[in-house]
Design a protein around this ligand. Structure first.
Ligand code: ARG
Length: 463
């Protein structure tokens, strides 16, 4: 065991057992944080110079050296390994190799505990904003379809049974609203993520006259952790993010599920374009909806990472514990999974599907989903709703037996059912009219749908 391999202070005589070194190391995954680690260290070095803890010249050397490490990394010339343990040590070691002994001053007045906390927050802040942009793109494709399909009708379901016809735009705008809540939720998570733990030290602060506000400002943090123990050990923001990400996945997964059955022969509401569908290795006729299936499937791991973080945290005494090193892989995977799923679903919706309007038109004309409207018709003529409801139930039963739809009943048949029926019943149960009539706020009536679309357009142009 050579002295050079030993990471720790002279309290240690030998270096780690090789297998333990591998087990202990996080460099294999926390390399993901390298840019944020360097950015955090630059701010820390500037703060050290600003407060006179190191000289201005030393500060400058550290900053230049750190930027050189960044450059080497970007050019693919920096390959830290297990012997570096984690990204923080790796950067500091490389810095010292570049700038010499001044590099050893970088870690003055901080610990890897506040350092790693700073890095994850900088990382997540960035990713949150990126995911929000992706949500906007996703909302835009939903909106574009909605604009084109205000008057396209689609069966609306409850219990996956045909319930009432609705505007296709209304259906799609429901997902727009879910994405809007996802967007706002991320704004909220961002607020708490954007809090600086830098300067909390190992757990208790530091003896050096640091200026935490100065480094927080440089890094664009809105506020500082007020308690150093909390600062180094809080991962609430990561849990909140994982919960927000889980909800994004819930929404994408629900839409996926619908697209999967819409693409089936049984529904045939959409056609998948070749660019976004896959074939079978054995059944030449197959065209599979792999994209929404994958999105639906990947939802599970995002939920799993949320659960993993909650369990990781629940038994931890204050303050930092090495368990916290295990917060990263799940978090990184959550970020990548959500990014990938949002991108795929946006492409799928944007260019991978076509609504089969002819088939949708047939669908809303082939069932009893206008039955409520017959009851509403009678109720509007003074028949108590419950009485009307029972009567229409009977109408549906006799029509079913006669293999007829409501629109096929003759005026005499209507009159025989109730004298209040007039000629205008045909108009009242025509699917377009049925949809148009649901003009209550937030309903599927075309006027309401147009209002919702206008508001959504406004939201997207002003954000
Ligand atoms: N790699 C560690 C992590 O990800 C960095 C902090 C280590 N701190 C310590 N006291 N061992 O959490």
């Amino acid at each position: 065991m050579t002295e050079a391999k030993k990471t720790w202070s002279d309290r240690f005589d030998t270096s780690l057992h090789p297998a333990i070194a591998v087990f202990n190391a996080s460099i294999g995954f926390d390399i993901e944080l390298i840019e944020y680690d360097i950015t955090g260290s630059v701010a820390h070095a500037q703060m050290l110079a600003h407060t006179g803890i190191i000289s201005a010249e030393e500060g400058e050397i550290l900053v230049q050296g750190l930027e050189q490490v960044r450059q080497e990394y970007r050019e693919g010339n920096f390959h830290p390994g297990v012997e570096d343990e984690d990204v923080h040590f790796a950067v500091e070691k490389r810095l010292t190799a570049i700038v010499g002994d001044v590099g050893k001053k970088l870690h003055t007045g901080r610990s890897r505990n506040d350092q790693v906390g700073t890095d994850i927050r900088l990382y997540l802040r960035d990713k949150i904003r990126g995911i929000q942009q992706q949500l906007r793109d996703f909302q835009q494709v939903l909106l574009t379809h909605a604009e084109n399909h205000v008057e396209t009708l689609i069966p609306g379901y409850t219990h996956l049974q045909r319930a009432q016809p609705i505007s296709l735009a209304h259906h799609l705008m429901a997902y727009f609203q879910m994405a809007q809540r996802d967007y706002e939720r991320l704004d909220d998570v961002y607020k708490r993520t954007n809090t600086s733990p830098l300067g909390c030290g190992a757990l208790a602060g530091t003896t050096f006259p640091i200026d935490r506000h100065f480094s927080a400002n440089l890094l664009g943090f809105d506020r500082l952790y007020q308690n150093s123990l909390d600062g180094v050990s809080d991962r609430d923001f990561a849990i909140e993010f994982s919960a927000a990400a889980s909800l994004i996945m819930v929404h994408l997964s629900r839409l996926s599920e619908e697209m999967i059955f819409w693409a089936s022969k049984e529904f045939s509401f959409i056609t998948l374009r070749d660019s976004c569908a896959t074939g079978s290795s054995i059944m030449p006729q197959k065209k599979n909806p792999d994209i929404p299936e994958l999105v639906r499937g990947k939802t599970g791991r995002v939920f799993g990472h949320l659960q993993g973080l909650l369990v990781l945290m629940k038994g931890l005494p204050l303050a930092y514990n090495k368990d916290l090193q295990d917060d990263k892989e799940g978090l990184f995977d959550t970020v990548k999974t959500v990014q990938g799923c949002l991108e795929a679903m946006t492409i799928l919706l944007g260019e991978g599907i076509e609504f089969r309007t002819q088939r949708l038109e047939e669908a809303v004309n082939e069932d009893f989903s206008n039955a409520t409207d017959v009851a509403d018709y009678l109720a509007s003529k003074g028949v108590p709703f419950r009485e009307a409801y029972n009567l229409v139930g009977k109408v549906v039963k006799t029509s079913l037996a006669a293999d007829k739809l409501l629109k096929d009943l003759t005026m005499d048949e209507w009159k025989a059912l109730h004298p209040a029926f007039e000629e205008d019943i045909y108009q009242a149960i025509a699917p377009k009219q049925v949809v148009a009539a649901r003009n209550s706020y937030g309903g599927t009536g075309f006027e309401q749908v147009k209002l919702a679309i206008a508001e959504a357009q406004n939201l997207l142009t002003n954000s």
